[in-house]
Design a protein around this ligand. Structure first.
Ligand SMILES: C[S@@+](CC[C@H](N)C(=O)[O-])C[C@H]1O[C@@H](n2cnc3c(N)ncnc32)[C@H](O)[C@@H]1O
Length: 241
C-alpha cells in the first residue's frame, strides 16, 4: 500500500476516527494502562492520528518530553490537546531524522500498513536508549477475516509468531497478546461506513461502484447473517536487549 493513499484516507477520516475506532480505543487503553505510574524522560509516538493513545498515555504516565508524529498534519492539533508542549513531526516516520533517542516508543494500530517490519523494528532499535521500550499494537491475519473471505482484500498481517521472530533478535519480549473483538452491524453498508470512518478503505486502491457495493452487501448477508466484523489486535511490549 503506498503512503500517499494511506495519508489521503486518514486525512479524510481523522475527524470521525475517535468516535468510530472502538477497538483501537480498547487497545490504546491497554497499552496506556501498562505504563500507569511509569516515568520517562522522552516518549516518541508514531502515527498519533486523532490522539486515542496520546490522550490515555499522557494521563497514565509521567514524562519530560513527548515527541509525536503522523503522516497527516492535522494530527498535531489533536495531539496538542493532550500534550500541549508536544514536539510534533509531520510526515512518514520512516524518513524522519529525530536526532535523539527515546526511553519509550509507542504506536497504536499503525505498523499493519507496512510489510517490511524488520526495517521498522531496526529503526526503532536505533531510536531507543539502552533498555528502552517499544510498545505497539498491530493486527493478526484473522483481522477482518469476513472482508477477506468475501473480497479477497487484506493487508499482509503478521502472526504473533512472525512478530516474535522478527523482534527477538534485538528485543526481549515482555508481553505479546492477541485478542479477538467482534463488532456487529445491522446493515452491510454500515460496515463499509465504519471502515471508511476509521481510514480502512485503503485496503483497495480502486473505487467501488454501485455494482461492487451491492455484490459486497449481498455476499456479506448470505455468508454472515449476523453481520459481524472481527478485529484481531496484537499488543507487543518489548525491551531493547
Ligand atoms: C489506524 S490510525 C491509528 C491512530 C492512532 N495511533 C490511534 O491510537 O488511534 C493509523 C495512523 O497512522 C498514521 N500513519 C500511517 N502510516 C504512517 C507513516 N508512515 N508515518 C506516520 N504516520 C503514519 C495514519 O496517518 C493514521 O493517523
Amino acid at each position: 500500500m503506498d503512503t500517499k493513499t494511506i495519508k489521503n484516507q486518514f486525512k479524510k477520516s481523522i475527524d470521525k476516527y475517535s468516535e468510530n475506532a472502538v477497538v483501537q480505543g480498547i487497545i490504546a487503553n491497554e497499552i496506556a494502562t501498562y505504563f500507569s505510574d511509569s516515568s520517562f524522560n522522552s516518549i516518541l509516538e508514531i502515527g498519533a492520528g486523532s490522539g486515542l493513545l496520546t490522550q490515555r498515555l499522557a494521563s497514565a504516565c509521567k514524562y519530560k518530553e513527548f515527541y509525536a508524529n503522523d503522516l497527516v498534519e492535522k494530527s498535531e492539533l489533536y495531539v496538542k490537546k493532550y500534550v500541549p508542549n508536544v514536539k510534533f513531526f509531520a510526515g512518514d516516520f520512516r524518513k524522519i531524522k529525530f536526532n535523539k533517542k527515546f526511553d519509550l516508543i509507542v504506536s497504536n494500530a499503525v505498523f499493519q500498513w507496512y510489510e517490511n517490519l524488520d526495517k521498522i523494528f531496526e529503526q526503532c532499535k536505533n531510536l531507543l536508549q539502552p533498555n528502552g521500550i517499544l510498545a505497539f499494537s498491530t493486527f493478526s491475519p484473522e483481522n477482518f477475516k469476513e472482508i477477506k473471505s468475501i473480497t479477497g482484500l487484506s493487508l499482509e498481517y503478521k502472526s504473533p509468531a512472525e512478530l516474535t521472530k522478527l523482534l527477538e533478535k534485538d528485543f526481549e519480549i515482555i508481553k505479546i497478546e492477541n485478542t479477538e473483538h467482534k463488532m456487529n452491524f445491522d446493515n452491510p453498508l454500515k460496515i463499509l461506513a465504519h471502515m471508511k470512518n476509521t481510514g480502512v478503505n485503503s485496503l483497495s486502491e480502486t473505487h467501488w461502484g454501485v455494482k461492487e457495493v451491492k455484490d459486497f452487501c449481498d455476499k456479506y448477508i448470505e455468508k454472515y447473517p449476523d453481520l459481524p466484523l472481527t478485529y484481531s489486535p496484537i499488543i507487543v511490549i518489548a525491551k531493547l536487549k
